[in-house]
Design a protein around this ligand. Structure first.
Ligand code: ZN
Ligand code: ZN
Length: 373
């Protein structure tokens, strides 16, 4: 029997209830809409969730009265009167449930003024207890449905790239290429781009997070393209770097730097397995790049968790020794080298941690390629 979305949501709710009990809370108030979407299946843009040992309640407003019943059958819907009525509905809900005294809240996702308002408006006897990361931890390991959605997000991004790749040639601007790529992702089935696409050409490719501008591609450029699609709430995140020109235009340095980054990526991917920590995977790529003399030029972390948001949790960095890999995690692996005044490059794959290693989900070729010459 195949796993349905409702089965998957029931599993998540069970796991969250265990976490709530372990924190000795009577209930957890969910205010982060990404976490609410994950826990409930609801795709609307505003809601509160309230989870106790016995009940699961979703407060939203009249705009979503139909959608909430269709999408979140495991949660009891409460429709707040108007978009300002959420706190009022929460107040009534808690007043009717005097057993809820220790109410956990998502401390990482609440502003100081929101917190003040909750303290003032919630029934006496309810104490707000900061609870961080309870849902985020669950989100790190993906079930089969989430993996399938991520694969679709990758497919959409990859086929969009292939459909506009002919524009990687002299005379096309960064901005034009980015616009065509974004449009192709939407046409291929993306709800939106997962983030603002990066198209960085020539000397500008030395900036890891360059915003595309009017610069025109020229022979001799490296062009770094970092893009992703969001499909069914799941993101892809891919980077490719290509050279503009013919094989005769390629310098030994272009080949050497490219080979260094690609080797670093392959070594890191080969080492990814459950039980390893984020720091040791980062170090494999970082040490290789440093041994080739470009240590200073790799100034960001090796990768991050990928999921309902692009930067969806911890990753591979010099500080992530406490982050332990588990089967079902989806991670990016994206080493780069950036040389001011010359240019730079990055190569990024998305990988799924498996029982005994990892599977690379992205499949676009990543060998050195000279185009448009
Ligand atoms: Zn990226
Ligand atoms: Zn990334």
């Amino acid at each position: 029997m195949s796993v349905t979305t409702q089965d998957a949501l029931a599993v998540r709710l069970d796991a969250l209830r265990k976490a709530i009990a372990a924190k000795d809370l009577d209930a957890l108030l969910l205010t982060n809409i990404t976490n609410i979407g994950y826990m409930t299946g609801f795709s609307g843009s505003s809601a509160y969730g309230l989870v106790t040992a016995e009940e699961a309640i979703l407060i939203t407003d009249g705009r979503y009265a139909i959608r909430v019943r269709e999408e979140a059958p495991n949660f009891t819907p409460i429709i707040a009167a108007g978009s300002g009525g959420y706190i009022g509905s929460l107040q009534e809900t808690l007043t009717a449930r005097p057993a809820i005294q220790k109410l956990g809240f998502e401390a990482d996702h609440m502003t100081v003024s929101q917190h003040e308002r909750f303290v003032k408006d919630l029934p006496e006897g309810v104490s707000l207890v900061p609870a961080s990361g309870l849902v985020e931890v669950l989100r790190l390991t993906k079930d089969a449905i989430e993996v399938a959605k991520t694969r679709r997000a990758i497919d959409v991004a990859q086929s969009a790239f292939l459909s506009v790749k002919h524009l990687l040639r002299p005379g096309v601007s960064e901005r034009e290429f980015a616009a065509e790529l974004d449009f192709a992702m939407r046409k291929n089935g993306a709800q939106k781009t997962a983030f603002e696409s990066i198209v960085a050409s020539g000397p500008q490719s030395a900036h890891p997070h360059h915003s595309p501008n009017g610069r025109i591609f020229e022979v001799g450029d490296f062009i770094t393209i970092d893009w992703g699609a969001e499909v069914d709430g799941y993101c892809s995140d891919i980077t490719r770097t290509v050279f503009i020109g013919s094989d005769a235009d390629v310098t030994p340095k272009h080949r050497e730097v490219y080979a260094t980054v690609l080797e670093a990526q392959r070594m890191a991917i080969a080492a990814i397995a459950p039980g390893k920590n984020g720091q040791e995977i980062d170090a494999i790529a970082r040490d290789h790049i440093a041994a080739r003399g470009y240590g200073e030029a790799f100034a960001h972390s090796l990768g991050h968790s990928l999921g309902r948001t692009v930067h969806d949790g911890p990753g591979f960095s010099t500080r992530s020794q406490d982050f332990i890999l588990k089967p079902g995690m989806i991670m990016t692996v994206e080493p780069g080298v950036y040389l001011e005044g010359w240019g730079g490059l990055r190569i990024e794959e998305d990988v799924l941690v498996t029982e005994d290693g990892c599977e690379t989900l992205t499949s676009l070729p990543n060998e050195f390629e000279a185009l448009g010459g």
